[in-house]
Design a protein around this ligand. Sequence first.
Ligand code: URA
Length: 198
Amino acid sequence: MTNQQKLEDLKSLILKNNICPELANGATQMVFGSGFEDSKVVFIGEAPGKNEDLQGEPFVGAAGKFLNEMLDSANLKREDVYITNIVKYRPPNNRDPLPEEKKQFWPYLLKQIEIIKPKVVVTLGRHSGQAFLPSLRISADHGSPRNIRENYTDKITGKLVELKFTILPLYHPAAALYNGGLRQTLVEDFQVVRKLIK
Ligand code: URA
């Protein structure tokens, strides 16, 4: 089975298991993830916004345009990387996802990572970073890679799985839209992504 098929099955499982029905009911569709299913790098945002909800793809709005620019600056193409979010449905009025919502999607996100087997997982923003590194301080820790292990119970097989990968916490691209000073920081941190996957 290809990774693409495995990811399709995982998406169906989220629907079958009725994850976060309150969010699902208020959303246009699920934003599961997109890009290259065998990529060495997976980018993880927080949750879809309005444009993402309408188009069914992560990072297609203003933050997404900026993410594309950052990828370009590191000589990476969007079709060579995989992009997803912790929470797969748009929260109402773009509010922050609740801890319970993140918790419900967590094993499915880890399964996504297990299928793709990236070398590097890039978290975009404090919320996504703290899901993997609870003590993360984005201002101090951005751009510094760390090797981590994550244990989770596979929802299909019921087995305990251990994942190992390098995590690279970055600022959220939307943060640089509001704070121009962060733009250069992100450009520099994207060079770290490039080096890590070389
Ligand atoms: N912000 C996110 O965290 N994810 C998206 O998909 C879009 C904006």
